[in-house]
Design a protein around this ligand. Structure first.
Ligand SMILES: [Zn+2]
Length: 345
């Protein structure tokens, strides 16, 4: 069982950096994964770290460390890279690629339209990946891996405000640095479809009667997210199982949090709080009010790359824990919440 060291805590949501490569993985990540002494819940970020995480999940030396929990999922910032079409039967690849990105991307602001920008963005974008193939790889590892109890779904979600970088996607090795942000975003309609297929996946990949936990990113569209979770909540679950959904780096209102906690009958909602997105950016009065509502559902998270934080990982967690304690969430509650989340209670 995963155990929590009182002095260090746990990280309920972290990543590999988006520009990680195989070399960085072998040099920095493998040693961390093997020697990690407190629990970390590692998210999949994009198609690049998908390969690395899949190799880690199949590596018995890495998986021998029971402190590591893995997740598979398509993050909304990368959802445009996926198509619902059957990519094996495409005749004209160049045409198909253009058409796909025209269908899933939308201009962010009509006032800033620039006729040449679309072609510039598409230049760096890959031929789209099949979402059905990807989800079936997810399903396979979620249900058939010998370590399936420690593999969940994340990071998935919706983002109304995110814009596509000039590199087409964050971490594109062909465009180091990523350039600035373009006037393009992923259409909400497409993001919803990508999220829906992954919410469905969680309902059909229960292991020992426990559905997969889902780590959700939601920016600027909490009402819409609530609607999708409500729809999921109404569905019949395998063995009446109760899925756990983490609203990671929760940025919604106090009222929205109340609604998620009181109006969803089957889904257990958790709220991840980080320093990068929440504690260092939101005013403390608002956060204190939020804590009175979500106290027994708060999980500590960094939302950062473990290969960037390296030995400072523990320090970041202590900082978040101290800030949450100052806002009235007792340390023991933060630990109890984690134990309940991983079903150790
Ligand atoms: Zn994240």
């Amino acid at each position: 069982m995963i155990s929590v060291k009182q002095d260090i805590c746990y990280d309920s949501h972290c990543h590999l950096s988006p520009d990680i490569n195989a070399e960085g993985y072998l040099e920095d990540v493998v040693p961390i994964l093997s020697s990690q002494t407190w629990p970390i819940n590692l998210m999949m970020t994009n198609h690049i770290d998908k390969q690395l995480l899949f190799s880690a999940m199949k590596d018995s030396t890495v998986m021998a460390n029971r402190q590591i929990m893995f997740n598979v999922g398509i993050h909304p910032w990368f959802s445009h890279l996926y198509t619902f079409e059957d990519v094996d039967n495409i005749k004209d690849h160049k045409d198909f690629k253009l058409l796909h990105y025209r269908n899933v991307l939308d201009v962010y602001s009509r006032n800033r339209e620039n006729p040449t920008e679309f072609d510039e963005v598409v230049r760096y974008l890959p031929f789209p990946f099949s979402i059905h193939k990807t989800v079936s790889e997810f399903r396979d590892i979620l249900t058939n891996s010998e370590y399936r109890q420690r593999i969940d779904i994340g990071e998935v979600g919706l983002d109304k405000l995110a814009r596509i970088p000039q590199s087409g996607y964050l971490g594109n090795p062909e465009y180091p640095g990523g350039g600035g942000l373009t006037n393009y975003k992923v259409k909400m309609e497409h993001q919803v479809k990508v999220l829906e297929i992954q919410l469905e996946l969680s309902l059909s990949t229960c292991v020992d009667g426990i559905p997969k936990r889902i780590s959700v990113h939601c920016v600027g569209c909490h009402g819409q997210m609530y609607g999708m979770l409500k729809k999921m909540d109404g569905k019949k679950m395998e063995n009446n199982a109760i899925p756990a959904v983490v609203m990671h780096s929760y940025s919604g209102s106090v009222d929205n949090a109340k609604m998620l906690l009181s109006k969803l009958e089957k889904i257990h909602i958790w709220f991840g709080i980080s320093d990068v997105v929440n504690l260092s950016r939101t005013d403390s009065g608002r956060l204190e009010k939020l804590m009175t509502v979500i106290r027994d559902r708060v999980l500590v998270e960094t939302d950062l790359g473990i290969d960037r934080m390296l030995e400072e990982h523990g320090m970041y967690l202590r900082l978040i824990r101290e800030k949450l304690v100052a806002m009235g969430v007792p340390e023991v509650t933060l630990l109890d919440n984690w134990r309940e989340f991983v079903q150790e209670k």
